[in-house]
Design a binder for this molecule. Structure first.
Ligand code: MC0
Length: 152
């Protein structure tokens, strides 16, 4: 069975101090910041550290996330769990079709309509209680739209 999920797009890592954590990843592993942004809707400040390009034309990143609001999903999760791996994200060429197919298997998505993710991507999430305890994000990168419409 071939999968519509064509790469690990990123691993989301929650932290208290974005600058200090990015310094750790640079000085320990040599990873450099590729992109930074604030996502007000998600309540995070984030840095994307590029690990490698992938065979589908996309790339894999570490996504370091610092909450900017106490009521954000990341702040709530860290209050319970502390810093650490928060979610994994798979890349797909079509987030709507892929989400619909997975929802059709009885797994809840968190959003009715996809929302905006890092670097102009379009995202949805699968509920961790339906996915063996892993919060899974589905990502259609801005560059994944190769068919003439951008799908955003
Ligand atoms: C919560 N749970 C998790 C989890 N977060 N399990 C595994 N991994 C996680 N990250 C579990 C809890 O332990 C709990 O289990 C149950 O799910 C309900 O959690 P809760 O603490 O009561 O919290 P809720 O239900 O209010 O929210 C959980 C939910 C939320 C996953 C729905 O965090 C959410 O909407 N997440 C999607 C958005 C998000 O995570 N944004 C931040 C990244 P028990 O057994 O105790 O019932 S933003 C991002 O990533 C963007 C910018 C991007 O990539 O581009």
């Amino acid at each position: 069975m071939s999968s519509p999920l064509t790469r690990i797009d990123h691993i989301g890592i929650a932290c208290h101090d974005l600058d200090a954590t990015v310094d750790f990843y640079r000085s320990t592993y040599g990873f450099e910041v590729f992109h930074t942004e604030t996502n007000d809707e998600q309540g995070v400040r984030e840095a994307m550290l590029k690990i490698n390009d992938t065979g589908d034309g996309g790339a894999s990143y570490l996504q370091i996330l610092e909450p900017i609001r106490e009521d954000s999903a990341i702040a709530k999760w860290m209050a319970k769990n502390g810093e650490g791996v928060h979610h994994i994200a798979f890349g797909t060429a079509d987030v709507v079709t892929t989400t619909d197919a997975i929802v059709g298997k009885g797994i809840r998505s968190l959003y009715e309509q996809p929302r905006r993710g890092s670097m102009g991507s379009t995202i949805n999430f699968l509920h961790p209680k339906d996915a063996h305890g892993v919060l899974v994000e589905l990502v259609q990168a801005a560059d994944d739209a190769h068919d003439g419409h951008d799908g955003h």
